[in-house]
Design a protein. Sequence first.
Lengths: 274, 232
Amino acid sequence: MSSDLLLSVRNAGKQFMQGQRLRWACRGVSFDLYPGEVLAVVGESGSGKSTLLRLLASRLACDEGSVHYDLREEAGSGVAASRGASGLVDLAGLSEARLRWLARTDWGFVEQHARDGLRMNVSGGANIGERMMALGARHYGKLRGEALSWMERVELDVDRIDDLPGTYSGGMQQRLQIARNLVTHPRLVFMDEPTTGLDVSVQARLLDLLRELVDQLHLAAVIVTHDLAVARLLAHRMLVMKDGCVVEQGLTDRVLDDPQHPYTQLLVSSVLTP
Amino acid sequence: MTSVLETSELSKTFTLHARGGLALPVFSGISLSVGPGECLALTGHSGSGKSSLLRCLYGNYSASSGEVRIRHQDQWISLSAAPPREVLDVRRRTLGYVSQFLRVIPRVSTLDIVAEPLRRLGVAADEARAQAAQWLARLNLHERLWHLPPATFSGGEQQRVNIAHGLIANHPVLLLDEPTASLDADNRRVVVELIHAARARGAAVVGIFHDDEVREAVASRCLDVEHYRKSN
């Protein structure tokens, strides 16, 4: 068991202007994430979980507190070491370019709506190849070979490699988005409601795929979901959010089977088959 | 005798916030210790808190007060206080659990479900599947079922999948929640043999055995959870 921290969040908060007043969308969030750990963030819409995810992925800046990330092995770059910054680094101190690099190589971000995470005007294969090209891969045959192997891995029909993502079904688009994110072997993947809006059978298939990939690739992941069954299936740990605050956190099956906080109890008892 | 699993002054009370903070005391002040090769049977009427105690021992329920300690990789760990990833590591390497009901994962075959604990220990897929097949055969689960997800299996079939899943990794400590509840006489006998074999290899076992015959066959001691009921 590795004891090297991957992500360390301390007292993170973000506020937005609502009407004439500033309102905290999330506040006082603290947790540590280790390599290979999957954390589910659950709560109702408006609880601040998506804002939190955006803070973690540096898509938003913290107004309070910090998010530190381990830059130790920045994928294939050698850039991190030469520029001095390594180990746990405050993401607020990194340049835009540096964050973009992280987001394209060492992180993944799976959007709820695949269209937001895909480039709809290029082929499925090109979507998978894009991150590799950003890392300098230019050999067409290699790019195509890698794209094909990832299509197989996420159970996409390889004959569709040259088709535009718009011609794919919702479930296929989501799997394409996952392949596009994982092709550079990121260490940390953020997922925003990855199975919401898909048919139940398609959901089951996607969940099963995610479970396998997370295991095989030893991925760390933060998954925002309102679906407790998704949390149970995928996550080692969970955070329960309400009104922007974490009301309870811990081992997934402990939180779901023996919830302590009134809100968690309500959440768990409101589900038909948790 | 050295022990591998202990509790000290363990208490469990549920607080139901939807009922105005109603406190449901389950048990209090349980101090137990179990050593290698022992099998401790939890007894008491249904509703006496046997399963809750077992879940506390697994870290699935939190302890309201007191502690659960387990011997893990030559160290004592406080399971009731350990962070999630440590609890998960204890479950991976040291602590096996056979629950009453199988939690079915969509699309995953019976063979892969049973093989999973070995996979998590780093055993290669083929080897893990081969061992899973041996366990399923031992438990008389028909081979035509091995490649199907167990969602549609009968209660008895699911229970045997659950038992194979819980025992395959040869964990040093085993928690068994009514492992023979829906089995016929032949399969009960197989499970009794498997528990004997686990004790013989040095596993410490804590279990709930509804069936008197089974309990007498496998248990070395009993603990009556009724004695620890809180204020009735």
